[in-house]
Design a protein. Structure first.
Ligand SMILES: NC(=O)c1ccc[n+]([C@@H]2O[C@H](COP(=O)([O-])OP(=O)(O)OC[C@H]3O[C@@H](n4cnc5c(N)ncnc54)[C@H](O)[C@@H]3O)[C@@H](O)[C@H]2O)c1
Length: 278
């Protein structure tokens, strides 16, 4: 067959990818999918309780030289520095940083009881500070350490994980289950994720001529055993009429991590079933 164009590859094989918050819902999905596609994956997370189970699982299917498990607190400078040192020692470079770690008050069954349901005017400022420390300051901190290395390489790719609540307000009707109790998506999440699109543009333009690009992905409503009342509300409010299967994120993440998106920087890729389209 005749070839008319040069196609930049969608392959991520051989790329060294640091995924923060790698033991969580999205982090695990992307880590496994990237390993399956031949990437070298650094799975970094603060939650040491899940580490050994995941490590056992991954070592059965992938060779030791393809992955690294790293305890990381993105809110702690020393921990960010140690993580970058460990990556360079093992792989010698960092091609892609996925800023996925975050605190999120979710309504799935795993998170039941963990959400503070106070109305805005009563929401505890300590919880706001905690979210800002991790979702905002922590994301910047780990990016600073990654960028120091990417500058040396004159190449790099950063993918920030935004949320629809980075650009629109939560529709609080989603959290009205008709049970007589008021539930709210809290302000700390909105405040600490709203910076992601503009931080993405900041990094994109700051480093555009130094070989480093930066984009954000905007997922919404990843299904994780949510109860029927939540799913029913979601289906009613979502243009596509259903929650997102976690596997539907793999294509968009792969695209942004690959050279197929080489002319993209500063963009926000919606993977939200149309949530922000009306
Ligand atoms: N699940 C969704 O529907 C959804 C939708 C939109 C955006 N997001 C975003 O996707 C990202 C991942 O969400 P998720 O649903 O997988 O959440 P999750 O809670 O399942 O995973 C988050 C992971 O981050 C880790 N983490 C928390 N604090 C950390 C720290 N200081 N340092 C390192 N790791 C830390 C946690 O241990 C956890 O493993 C978040 O940024 C979230 O805002 C999620």
């Amino acid at each position: 067959m005749k070839t008319y164009h040069t196609h930049n590859s969608l392959s991520i094989a051989g790329k060294v990818v640091l995924i923060t918050g790698a033991y969580g819902l999205i982090g695990q999905t992307i880590s496994f999918a990237f390993l399956e596609q031949g990437a070298m994956v650094i799975m970094a997370d603060i939650d040491e309780t899940k580490k050994s189970t995941l490590e056992n699982k991954i070592s059965k299917d992938f060779s030791d030289d393809q992955f690294l498990f790293q305890t990381l607190d993105i809110g702690n400078e020393k921990s960010c520095r140690n993580t970058m040192d460990a990556i360079i020692e093992k792989f010698g470079r960092l091609d892609v940083l996925i800023n996925n770690a975050g605190l999120d008050a979710k309504f799935d069954k795993d998170s039941t009881g963990k959400i503070n349901h106070s109305r805005f005017e009563n929401y505890p400022v300590d919880l706001l500070r905690e979210s800002v420390d991790i979702n905002l300051t922590g994301t910047i901190l780990i990016s600073q350490y990654a960028c120091k290395q990417m500058i040396k390489q004159k190449s790099g790719n950063i993918i920030n994980v935004a949320s629809t609540y980075s650009v629109v307000s939560p529709n609080q009707n989603l959290y009205d289950f008709g049970d007589g109790n008021q539930h709210f998506k809290p302000v700390d999440y909105v405040a600490s994720k709203s910076f992601v699109p503009n931080f993405t543009r900041y990094l994109a333009t700051f480093y555009a001529r130094e070989g480093i690009r930066c984009n954000a992905i905007m997922p919404h409503g990843i299904f994780n055993d949510h109860d029927d009342a939540f799913q029913k509300n979601f289906a009613h409010l979502s243009p596509i009429g259903r929650m997102c299967d976690r596997e539907e994120l793999i294509g968009p993440f792969t695209f942004l991590a690959s050279d197929a998106s080489s002319y993209m920087t500063g963009a926000l890729l919606s993977v939200d079933g149309g949530w922000t389209a009306w």
